[in-house]
Design a protein around this ligand. Structure first.
Ligand code: IPD
Ligand code: CA
Ligand code: CA
Length: 260
């Protein structure tokens, strides 16, 4: 096992726990204010404070690592941390439990080497190290074996920030809904990916995500035997928004046939 990566994983788990517990205590004390970054895209003061905490904790240890966080910082280094301090901000400030701290580390873009997702309200810590499997609260996890779409529970998130794409998306949504057992939407990409990794759900299709939304979830899912794809063409990727498909692996081609 690569010792430096293993140590980074251990550190990232500690930092995610500290950051998530910090955000949760702020939530309990109602100690935050909310602003709107763009239509339907919110940030709270705690998102920013939590990102600062994560930055200080990781940077304190790994001074030459780069950092890419949703709320402020981008610093370049040999490798970099990719951080979403609170994934599921709307759930966070509305009082719903599905939100999580998400931390990945990578040397090459879109090839995360480790990922940690901590959901303090649900008391779930997911993590993975490339080549060594994925874990939930210390137990090894595996994506589901469901091959028949009729039995699949899927996450489909209509494009709440790109309403002009709603009609097209809903045509696909309908086909997925009619074919499968049920459709859910949990409001946190990180938790949704983690839930495919541990077999709670089977497929997930969403448009227009940021890289920080899914970097940690991607490696956790892949290490659990699932499959993750970015669906955009090279040209479309210029604006750093990503349409994603994630599945237990077995259902990937079924979704591709519907979507592409
Ligand atoms: C959001 C969550 C949500 C997804 C949004 C994301 P945020 O992240 O992942 O599930 O539907 O598109 O932006 O803004 O809460 O960090
Ligand atoms: Ca996010
Ligand atoms: Ca966020």
């Amino acid at each position: 096992m690569n010792k430096t990566l293993e140590l980074r994983l251990e550190r990232a788990i500690e930092v995610a726990k500290k950051a998530g517990d910090f955000a949760l205590s702020k939530r309990k004390d109602q100690d935050f204010h909310i602003s709107e970054k763009a239509t339907n895209d919110f940030v709270t003061s705690v998102d920013k404070e939590t990102e600062e905490l994560i930055y200080n904790e990781l940077h304190g240890f790994y001074k030459s690592d780069g950092f890419y966080g949703e709320e402020s910082k981008e610093e370049f280094g040999t490798g970099r941390w990719v951080v979403d301090p609170i994934d599921g901000t709307t759930n966070y400030f509305r009082g719903q439990p599905s939100w999580a701290v998400s931390i990945a580390y990578e040397i090459e873009f879109n090839k995360p080497l480790l990922g940690v997702i901590y959901s303090p309200c649900l008391n779930e810590m997911f993590y993975a190290l490339k080549g060594y499997g994925a874990y939930r609260n210390g137990e090894k996890i595996q994506a589901s074996n469901i091959e028949n779409i009729n039995y699949a529970i899927n996450v489909c998130v209509p494009p709440h920030r790109l309403k002009e794409k709603y009609d097209t998306y809903m045509k696909i949504y309908n086909q997925i809904g009619v074919a499968s057992s049920d459709i859910r939407s949990l409001g946190s990409c990180a938790i949704e990916l983690s839930y495919i990794a541990c077999g709670f759900i089977d497929g997930y299709y969403e448009l227009n995500l940021g890289y920080y939304d899914f970097a940690a979830g991607k490696i956790i899912l892949e290490e659990a035997g699932g499959k993750f794809s970015v669906l955009n063409s090279e040209k479309e990727l210029n604006n750093n928004r990503f349409d994603i498909l994630a599945t237990n692996g077995k259902l990937h081609s079924w979704f591709e046939n519907i979507i592409l």
